[in-house]
Design a protein around this ligand. Structure first.
Ligand SMILES: [Zn+2]
Length: 134
């Protein structure tokens, strides 16, 4: 007896909001990418798409919306500085001032693309007023 596979292909399950935010995906469809290039592409890491390529959501929900992301980016910078300074103090047993400066500024510079990207993502997810439509 021949059996036919009559089941329809199941639709792709939507990602959870934190996973979608971690992958810098659109908050409305959780599928389209917010940024044009990956974070490791240092000079183009900041380029965002104007609209979502999947659902068409305009990412800048109002003019100047992403200016608020500076506050989130500032919080990221403080957190990175505190962690780097604490690790330096614990690992090197209270070194000279210049060691602290280098140990704090280096990760701040290296992580600046991620900080900027995730501050924009969090700004859109938390304050954009956009609900998920799968
Ligand atoms: Zn979308």
């Amino acid at each position: 007896m021949e059996t036919k596979n009559t089941s329809k292909p199941t639709p792709k399950k939507a990602l959870g909001p934190w996973i979608a935010a971690g992958k810098c995906l659109c908050p409305q469809c959780r599928t389209g990418k917010m940024f044009k290039y990956p974070a490791w592409n240092w000079f183009k890491a900041y380029d965002m798409h104007q609209d979502c390529s999947v659902c068409g959501l305009h990412f800048e929900v109002e003019p100047g919306f992403f200016w608020g992301a500076m506050y989130i980016s500032y919080a990221f910078g403080v957190a990175i500085s505190v962690v780097a300074g604490t690790i330096t103090a614990v690992m090197l047993q209270d070194p000279d001032l210049w060691v602290y400066i280098v140990a704090v500024i280096t990760p701040l510079i290296l992580l600046s693309p991620q900080s900027m990207r995730y501050s924009r993502v969090l700004m859109l997810y938390l304050f954009g007023g956009i609900s998920f439509r799968g």
